[in-house]
Ligand binder design. Structure first.
Ligand code: ADQ
Length: 460
């Protein structure tokens, strides 16, 4: 394989363990091929010129990191505006939260064009280019327009909505047409692939060929479900690390007489956190044996705080948790502990392992890696139970979890009760099957499968 060039909105130093997720996933292939990782530097320049940003190149071991600054206007229209106030809500089916402001699209195009311009001179002829996520959908089309002929693949980390929801975006046709500049488009689930296929057939008269190839707009793109996984071994080793062990032991001691339920999310409206807390309240109301016992620790780390919808959900959650603690709390027991902070990655496995129930109940999610991390962190001899939303991409793979509809508060409460009551042999059986699945389809499988398909895409 040629050199891997990864492009994503944010770039991380793959040598730093705290980088997590994508950095772990791509780090190995970037290292092996002496790769390049390109994206926004994270710096916002006040008063800079739109469509212009300084390029910084640094070496991180074998990997070159190339990042570009954004001026305030580009940041606000490309990142806050079009990416996070249009694409994120619509792709998560939240048309009610979308803000279709006319100025956003200009900034989105401008930044994608600038990225293409800055990247082009850094490219070599046999590079394999892998672009990530909704911030950069039109990047391949911009690169192609500048004469780039290398293989280019795209992976969408968030869901791809059904055609009629997609059609609410004023530029939907332009966005979907942009995908045809790629050789391969990877999506998280088969449901996403079906949505893509239906859209291009209905809206663009696409012809569906074999191997997920679709022909429309005068070109052909292969579209494939390649669900992302986690690095199970890395996570298991974190589980046995000192920080995770310490936390696990402290939690076990503190909750020796109680049963711990855990939720770990970014505080995002797609994650269904208020719905989850309501289901927990329903559990306490309908199954009173859990009072003075079941305790929900909800970690919801701050994210995108300059987008209005995120402030609203924070206030909703604070008032819900306060009300439950007021209604059900005792002098020596608080039903909900809500923590609005980031938890160090090294400690998360300890928290997951100490929990009897993991609550992963997004209203819509591309995949949701917390579901997989929860399973990887469990003690196989005495594992906790995963309650998983059927609307997470992970549900297509993790059938042995207790699948719930998060909009159904009482149904979710019943599933939590089932999880709390589940006998040890059933817990073990389910955990074993789930663990085997996340091991087989881990993050290395994801990267290999995508890059292999990309190297073969368009070959015949
Ligand atoms: P995210 O929406 O960020 O990513 P998710 O998969 O849930 O989602 O989590 C990513 C990572 O962040 C996990 O490793 C998790 O441990 C960590 N994390 C989440 N909340 C945290 C917290 N409060 N403190 C510390 N760490 C936390 C997008 C898509 C997902 C998709 C991923 C990967 O929205 O659907 O699974 O990309 O493709």
């Amino acid at each position: 394989m040629g050199r891997l060039v990864a492009i994503s909105n944010r770039v991380a130093d793959p040598r730093k363990a705290a980088a997590g997720g994508l950095a772990v996933a791509l780090g190995e292939a970037l290292n092996q091929t002496g790769g390049l990782w390109f994206g926004w530097s994270g710096t916002i320049v006040e008063g800079g010129t739109p469509g212009e940003g300084d390029l910084h190149v640094q070496q991180a071991g074998a990997v070159k990191l190339a990042t570009v600054d954004l001026c305030r206007e580009d940041h606000d229209s490309y990142y806050l505006g079009y990416s996070n106030n249009v694409l994120w809500p619509v792709f998560h089916y939240r048309l009610d939260l979308a803000q279709f402001e006319a100025g956003f699209i200009g900034g989105y195009r401008r930044v994608n064009q600038m990225f293409a311009r800055k990247l082009l001179p850094l490219l070599k002829d046999d590079d394999v280019i892998w672009i990530h996520d909704y911030h950069l959908i039109p990047l391949a089309a911009e690169l192609r327009g500048m004469g780039c002929r290398q293989k280019i693949g795209f992976f969408l980390h968030i869901p791809l909505p059904p055609p009629l929801i997609m059609a609410a975006i004023p530029q939907h046709e332009w966005l979907m047409r942009s995908l045809f500049a790629y050789d391969l488009v990877g999506l998280q689930s088969e449901a996403d692939v079906q949505h893509f296929s239906r859209y291009v057939q209905q809206e663009a008269g696409a012809e569906v060929l074999e191997d997920g190839r679709h022909r429309a707009f005068g070109s052909t793109v292969q579209v494939k479900a390649v669900p992302i996984g986690i690095d199970v071994d890395e996570f298991a080793s974190l589980t046995h690390g000192r920080e995770a062990q310490d936390l696990y032991e402290r939690m076990r001691e503190e909750y020796a007489r109680r049963r711990l339920l855990i939720g770990v999310d970014r505080l995002d409206y797609s994650k269904g956190i208020p719905h989850r807390v309501k289901a927990f309240r329903d559990l306490l109301a309908h199954y009173p044996e859990n009072r003075n016992s079941a305790t929900l620790i909800q970690i919801a780390s701050p994210t995108r705080e300059d987008v209005d919808a995120y402030g609203d959900i924070r206030r909703e959650l604070e008032s819900l948790c306060g009300a439950i603690n007021g209604d059900y709390g005792e002098l020596d027991w608080m039903p909900v502990r809500y923590i609005h902070r980031m938890v160090a990655r090294k400690r998360i496995p300890g928290l997951c392992r100490a929990a009897r129930v993991g609550l992963v109940t997004p209203l819509r999610d591309g995949m949701n890696l917390v579901a997989k991390e929860f399973i990887a962190a469990q003690d196989p001899a005495d594992p906790g139970v995963l309650v998983l939303s059927r609307f997470a991409g992970a549900a297509e793979q993790m059938k042995e979890a207790l699948l719930v509809n998060p909009y159904d508060t009482h149904g979710t409460a019943e599933a939590i009760q089932q999880a709390l009551q589940m006998p040890l042999d059933e817990r073990r059986r389910r955990h074993q099957a789930l663990l085997a699945g996340i091991r087989e389809f881990d993050v290395h499988w994801w990267r290999r499968t995508f890059l292999q398909a990309l190297s073969q895409a368009g070959a015949d």
